[in-house]
Ligand binder design. Structure first.
Ligand code: RIB
Ligand code: CA
Length: 313
């Protein structure tokens, strides 16, 4: 039985890899891509989502444009030094021929969840604005979604957007605090694990073995992304952020999780930091908040092997 998933995405190079990974996984039925700002503006994220589905020959899957700004602030802008000016490694790609649906991401997410109660898993791999807007518009999605498995946050490790905060949460902390505070099943795949899933240069080179449209696109995108990691972390490969969330949906045994309540800092220099309740004594800021399934350990070689198995072998 395949699992229906909606990927909410800001493509983004690692988003592209995660989307291809999901499309190549028989366990998953990607019913749509909703787009959000983050790595790039939402308009470009939407164009890139359409392009990626055309590369994968899956333009049967709908793309729905999401919000252009966070729920309580201005979008701080793209990160071309990580993902390139086009969000795809500066490939100067032709415009897509397909078009996004004429609705909003929040409304489409609600429609899908309420039409298929208990059967849709949300996989947000960008800022959580669309998810928060959908919750506000229709709170009943909380009891009708199967699960939310998100890439974002940092429980007990430093951030990557700032010393305090991870990029997806930092881009819309208010939205994230709403998402972590709703009464639904949420799994947080944060930097605590994604900064331990390293795809080495040798792992990346294997994508050249196949010569498919998707693996060719991955190979063309990655030099810009690898250059960022080399400069930022002295790394010879890349951290696997968004694909780690897809891997969790396919095989949760790749991870060890803790059940903590999560609050998100929205003020000052730590804006965007996800604070877990940690121990058994739950202090006031975390009281009356649901528990979140927070990933704290991961079998990195097995996760990389799974993504290779889907994309290359
Ligand atoms: O912090 C990593 C996250 O921020 C990933 O989703 C990456 O695509 C960027 O959006
Ligand atoms: Ca992303």
């Amino acid at each position: 039985m395949t699992r229906k998933i909606i990927i909410d995405t800001d493509p983004g190079i690692d988003d592209a890899m995660a989307i291809f990974f999901a499309l190549r996984s028989p366990e998953l039925d990607v019913i749509g891509l909703t787009t959000i700002f983050g790595n790039v503006h939402t308009t470009l994220a939407t164009t890139n989502a359409l392009r990626l589905l055309e590369i994968a020959n899956r333009s049967d899957i709908p793309v729905i444009k999401g919000a252009d700004n966070p729920i309580a602030a201005e979008y701080e802008g793209p990160v071309p030094f990580v993902h390139g000016n086009d969000g795809q490694g500066n490939l100067d790609l032709p415009p897509p021929t397909s078009k996004a649906l004429d609705t909003t991401a929040a409304e489409w997410i609600i429609e899908q969840i309420m039409t298929h109660p208990g059967k849709v898993t949300l996989v947000p791999i960008g800022p959580l604005t669309n998810i928060a807007l959908a919750l506000r518009l229709e709170p009943r999605i909380a009891e009708n979604v199967q699960e939310v498995v998100l890439m974002g946050g940092n429980a007990v490790v430093p951030g990557n957007a700032t010393p305090a905060a991870e990029a997806n949460i930092h881009n819309d902390p208010e939205a994230a605090d709403l998402v972590f505070g709703a009464n639904w099943r949420v799994t947080m795949i944060g930097l605590d694990v994604t900064h331990r899933v390293n795809m080495t240069r040798a792992d990346i080179a294997r994508y050249a073995e196949v010569g498919s449209a998707m693996t060719n696109h991955v190979m063309r995108m990655l030099p810009v992304y690898q250059g960022y990691f080399e400069k930022a972390y002295g790394s010879d490969g890349i951290y696997v952020h968004d694909s780690s969330a897809v891997a969790y949906v396919i095989d949760p045994t790749l991870f060890r999780t803790e059940s903590w309540s999560i609050r998100v800092e929205t003020m000052g220099i730590s804006r965007g930091k996800t604070w877990p309740s940690l121990g058994e004594v739950v202090l006031p800021p975390w009281q009356n908040r649901p528990r979140v399934n927070v990933a704290v350990d991961v079998d990195s070689p097995r996760l990389v092997a799974l993504e290779h198995a889907r994309m290359i072998e």
